[in-house]
Design a protein around this ligand. Structure first.
Ligand code: URA
Length: 236
């Protein structure tokens, strides 16, 4: 066998192994290339706008009628001009401590999912529906979601991602005004209108914390399927 044929064969075997492993939910295994950054991204402008929005949030504190005992506002992480945005539910204890979203166990799994997509955490944008930790990590109420939603929408308008992944039901409820179960809404794109006539596709999928609680090959395959559709949409 020539060296070229050898290499082709090795590449095929590795790709096949990765595909089989991911299909059987063995783990999230990187199978794709990276994402081109947005052309003409105004990173400085986006950073400035996000900072101003955060300052307004800190002044208005829309969480105050509901949540008073927290350590840090957990605002965002990642590229303010990202093509892909992840929206989670609310900070947990680790996030509250560090003031950064998705840094605990669920965050570690999210990092794995992102790198399995062939992306880096720095190249995506991550935010939550709620910006402060609800006491006891309670599921956000409809009132809490409504109070924080305008700020999330503004974040989306500044970042202008090409695709949003809604992690878990509270994120899906907030973005898509739905009360349907995740099993009914995942694995297809929905739309959120951020300006009249301007929509962003949203893929709802299971929250990494749910996956950790129910780490079955079936659930991992479902999430991986959803993320593959996101990659298709992004053209990678
Ligand atoms: N779960 C979330 O939804 N967001 C975080 O930042 C951490 C855990």
């Amino acid at each position: 066998m020539s060296q070229q044929v050898d290499e082709q064969h090795a590449r095929r075997v590795v790709a096949q192994h990765a595909k089989t492993s991911s299909l059987f939910g063995v783990d999230f295994i990187p199978v794709r290339g990276s994402l081109e950054p947005k052309p003409n991204a105004d990173t400085r402008g986006a950073v400035k706008a996000l900072k101003a929005l955060r300052a307004r949030y800190e002044q208005e504190r829309p969480h105050e009628p509901f949540i008073s005992s927290y350590k840090n506002i957990v605002w965002d992480d990642g590229d303010p001009c990202a093509r892909l945005m992840f929206v989670g539910e609310a900070p947990g204890a680790d996030e509250d401590e560090q003031g950064k979203p998705f840094v605990g166990r669920a965050g570690q799994l999210l990092n794995k999912m992102i790198s399995a997509m062939g992306l880096s955490r720095e190249s995506v944008y991550i935010a939550n529906v709620l910006k402060v930790r609800p006491p006891g990590n309670a599921t956000p109420t409809a009132e809490e979601i409504e109070a924080s939603k305008p700020f999330l929408i503004e974040q989306i308008k500044i970042v202008r991602p090409e695709v949003i992944v809604g992690l878990g039901l509270p994120a899906a409820k907030c973005l898509l005004q739905t009360n349907e179960a995740m099993g009914k809404i995942r694995n297809r794109f929905h739309e959120i209108e951020i300006e009249p006539g301007e929509t962003v596709p949203v893929m709802p999928t299971y929250h990494p914390a749910y996956l950790l609680r129910s780490y079955t090959p079936e659930n991992r395959k479902k999430v991986w399927d959803d993320l593959q559709m996101v990659l298709e949409k992004l053209g990678t």
